[in-house]
Design a protein around this ligand. Structure first.
Ligand code: NCD
Length: 306
């Protein structure tokens, strides 16, 4: 049985197959509409979510399956002190597959060790968010035609933003990618990603503070919000939260074919005036998230669709 804890749990070939499947689902949704009949997905969310939880649920419903779960720790037995290990043993009796989001890094991994159903990490603290990465890869591959040969700017909270950590790990396996890491000093990429992932793999990257200095050379700009919930004090958050605001003026500095991605939710880091720019693809990206989660559920449940 396979779980998904990190994007690296899938080889490049497995990822290619998964993205191909997601594209086929996009093109032929009715072919897949009964493929998970009788199967149940449990969503165990100990932390807030809109897109990830609902896109998992929409994915399973689109496949003809059903969903159950909870959307906050307060409404589960975690509030009574139940451990993640005990909860997953119980959920294994009720569902065929589960997606878990937890504020503690490694909680879904602990769950996977006690689980008799596939566990998908739907975000663990500031650590990883592999299904957002699958969404990002599908968006890039579908809209740019390939993965590789581009310069990508990752902008915002690179310290606490788990989507960025997972995306960097996934992208270094593709050829000729240049990273521009754009953040304030305080929110730079963590040492473990810089040293163990980028430097160790001889990956080309540089760090910038000003978005204006980096934007003209980018093929892709991945904006992120400052992760309020991971700050130790409110003052630091308030000082950092509006450090970057992508607006029409800054978009004028960018290439005609640069794409703007964002895992969402957006706070102030992208002005709403950018939403109508054809280069802004973050809402399309959320739609790709449903297709790729459908493909992931089919793959982990080993459902063959003929
Ligand atoms: C991201 C997350 O939860 O890490 N959201 C999402 O799943 N699309 C990004 C964020 O919360 O900033």
């Amino acid at each position: 049985m396979k779980h998904l804890m990190s994007p690296l749990d899938l080889s490049v070939e497995e990822l290619d197959r998964l993205l191909d499947l997601a594209n086929d689902i996009e093109a032929n949704p009715s072919r897949y509409s009964h493929s998970c009949e009788g199967k149940k997905l449990a969503t165990l969310f100990y932390e807030p979510s809109t897109r990830t939880r609902l896109s998992f649920e929409a994915a399973m419903l689109n496949l003809g399956g059903s969903v159950l779960g909870f959307s906050s720790a307060d409404s589960s037995s975690a509030a009574k002190g139940e451990s993640v290990s005990d909860t997953i043993r119980i959920i294994s009796c009720y569902a065929d597959i589960c997606a878990m989001r937890h504020p503690k890094e490694g909680a879904p991994l602990v769950a996977s060790m006690k689980s008799s159903i596939p566990v998908i990490n739907a975000g663990d603290g500031g650590h990883q968010h592999p299904t957002q990465t699958l969404t990002d890869l599908l968006t890039i591959r579908s809209l740019k035609g390939k993965l590789g040969d581009f310069t990508i700017g990752l902008c915002g909270d690179l310290k606490f933003g788990r989507t960025v950590h997972s995306l960097i790990q996934a992208l270094i396996r593709y050829p000729n990618i240049h990273f521009v890491l754009i953040s304030p000093e305080e929110l730079r990429i963590p040492d473990n990603i810089r040293d163990e992932v980028l430097i160790k793999n001889h990956q080309d990257f540089r760090e910038e503070v000003r978005l204006e200095d980096a934007i003209p050379e980018l093929d892709l700009l991945y904006m992120t919000r400052v992760q309020k919930e991971r700050f130790f004090n409110e003052e630091d958050y308030i000082r950092m939260k509006d450090f970057y605001i992508l607006d029409k003026e800054k978009m004028k500095l960018a290439r005609e074919d640069m794409l703007v991605l964002h895992p969402l939710p957006r706070v102030n880091e992208i002005s709403t005036e950018v939403d109508d720019d054809p280069r802004a693809v973050y809402f399309k990206q959320a739609q790709y998230g449903v297709y790729v989660r459908m493909a992931l559920i089919l793959t982990l449940l080993e459902v063959e669709v003929c």
